[in-house]
Every structure is written in structure tokens, then in C-alpha cells.
Design a protein around this ligand. Structure first.
Ligand code: FPP
Length: 254
């Protein structure tokens, strides 16, 4: 009888981030208004939230509204804000029941007051759930994030709370909107586009990317599982050689 190979542990990403793209095309293909695509996109957020948890992911970040999305037609921006408010209102009880911690990244204070109110309530009421986190990137853009962090860091240096000579990634990154979140291990973009679009540019330094042609409203648990399977085939090197990576204690201190 041949030897049975030891089962190799499947690498599940701790933190998955998704650039949800293709709502407009999904709607156009069906002769529907763009907002219908966004409405179906919200359903996909619901599906992905639970699919990711079922598949062993600990944190899911979704790019729900970028700093640049304000330049879309005003009725689309208004409709997106309305959908967001409705989603938060409806979802809070479910988050509490299912112990989903809700977090946000981005300039939340630039969102409409009603959205901010529901966000604050949801973040506050779910803050102690330790096992699984859904992060909404809202009014988020990586360049704006860096500008905000640089300003706050400079103010801290001026006030004597930070020393310029001690500057490092570890000290500076505490001023980013993602300060207490782990970097994404896997970033997925739907709809066939292969762009980063100002999303988590610094945090993606060692992320793996998976691009899928599936439009966001059609994205299912099976699509997420396929992206995780693709991730599991990747060798992550963090700037090291393949030999170093297979040696123990190989991940460099950055
Ligand atoms: C990109 O599709 C999608 C967005 C700009 C918004 C994403 C928003 C949602 C999924 C709904 C709101 C989310 C929550 C959490 C309530 P697109 O419109 O650029 O599509 P297109 O490229 O096909 O036109």
C-alpha cells in the first residue's frame, strides 16, 4: 500500500477585501436603471458577509463608496446614500444576532448625517464581537487617507507626542484609518477590471490579488470559494526568496 500523504493545511486568508465592481453593467445588461444594480449589489454584500465567515475568513472589507464616487451623477450618489442608510437600519439587528462586528474606514464625517447616525449605532453596538468583522470602506480613498495620516502625524510630532527620528512604518501606520486592522491578505476585484482604484494602496503591500469577470450583483459564495482556492495556490514571499519562505520564522519585520 502506498503512503498516504499528510493533509496539507489549506491557507485561508484572515482578511479579504473586495472591490465590488459591475453594478452598472449588470443593470444595463437587463435594461434596468443603474440603481437596480446597486440594490442587487447590497444583496451580494449580505451574501458575501456570511459566505466569508462560513469559509473561515475573520475579516471582510468591502469598498462601498470611494472618495471619487462623489463625482457620479447626483441622483446616483443620493440613491447610494439612501441604500446605505436603509442597509444599516435593516442590518443592525442581524449583526447583533449573528455577532458580526461592524467597522468603517474612510472619512465617515463627510457622509450624510443620517448615515453617520446609523453607522455610529451599529459600530457601537457590535464593538465587542471578537470573532468576525465586516469593514465598510465609505468615503474612502488611499490618497486622502495618507494626507490625513501625514497631517495627524505632523501634528503629533509638533506636539512632542512622536519623535521624527523614530519614524517607521510601525509608528506612522498608527495614523491611518486602518490603524488597528490587519493588512488584507487577499484583494478581489469583480467585473473583469484589473485596477486598484485608490483602494488600500499601502495596506496591499503584500496582498494577493484575484480578478474575476463576475459582476458584483452575481457574486456568490461559490465565487468567493473559488477566489480563496486560488489564494491557497499562491506562495507569499514578503520580499524573501522561496527558500527563505520555506524556512521557519521567515517573515521579515517590516
Ligand atoms: C461599482 O459598480 C460599485 C460601486 C461604486 C458602489 C458599490 C456599492 C454597493 C455594492 C451598494 C452599497 C453598499 C452597501 C454596503 C450598502 P459600478 O456602478 O461602477 O459598475 P459599472 O462599472 O458596471 O458601471
Amino acid at each position: 500500500m502506498g503512503r498516504v500523504p499528510a493533509a496539507s493545511p489549506v491557507a485561508v486568508p484572515t482578511h479579504v477585501a473586495i472591490i465590488m465592481d459591475g453594478n452598472g453593467r449588470w443593470a444595463r445588461q437587463r435594461g434596468l436603471p443603474r440603481i437596480e444594480g446597486h440594490r442587487r449589489g447590497v444583496e451580494s454584500v449580505r451574501t458575501a458577509t456570511y459566505a466569508a465567515r462560513d469559509l473561515g475568513v475573520k475579516m471582510l472589507t468591502v469598498y462601498a463608496f470611494s472618495s471619487e464616487n462623489w463625482s457620479r451623477p447626483p441622483d446616483e450618489v443620493g440613491a447610494l446614500m439612501g441604500l446605505l442608510e436603509l442597509y444599516l437600519k435593516k442590518e443592525l439587528a442581524t449583526f447583533v444576532r449573528d455577532r458580526v462586528r461592524l467597522r468603517t474606514i474612510g472619512r465617515v464625517d463627510g457622509l450624510p448625517a443620517g448615515v453617520q447616525k446609523h453607522l455610529r449605532a451599529a459600530v457601537e453596538e457590535t464593538r465587542d464581537f471578537p470573532d468576525y468583522t465586516l469593514v465598510l470602506a465609505l468615503n474612502y480613498g488611499a490618497r486622502a487617507e495618507v494626507v490625513d495620516a501625514a497631517r495627524a502625524y505632523a501634528a503629533a510630532v509638533a506636539a512632542g507626542r512622536e519623535k521624527l527620528n523614530d519614524s517607521s512604518w510601525a509608528t506612522f501606520s498608527r495614523y491611518l484609518t486602518t490603524a488597528d486592522l490587519p493588512d488584507p491578505d487577499l484583494i478581489i476585484r469583480t467585473s473583469g477590471e484589473k485596477r486598484v482604484s485608490n483602494f488600500l494602496l499601502l495596506q496591499a503591500a503584500y496582498a494577493e490579488f484575484v480578478f474575476t469577470p463576475v459582476l458584483w450583483p452575481d457574486f456568490t459564495k461559490a465565487d468567493l470559494a473559488a477566489a480563496l482556492a486560488e489564494f491557497a495556490t499562491r506562495e507569499r514571499r514578503f520580499g524573501l526568496t522561496g527558500e527563505q519562505v520555506s524556512a521557519p520564522a521567515s517573515k521579515p519585520a517590516l
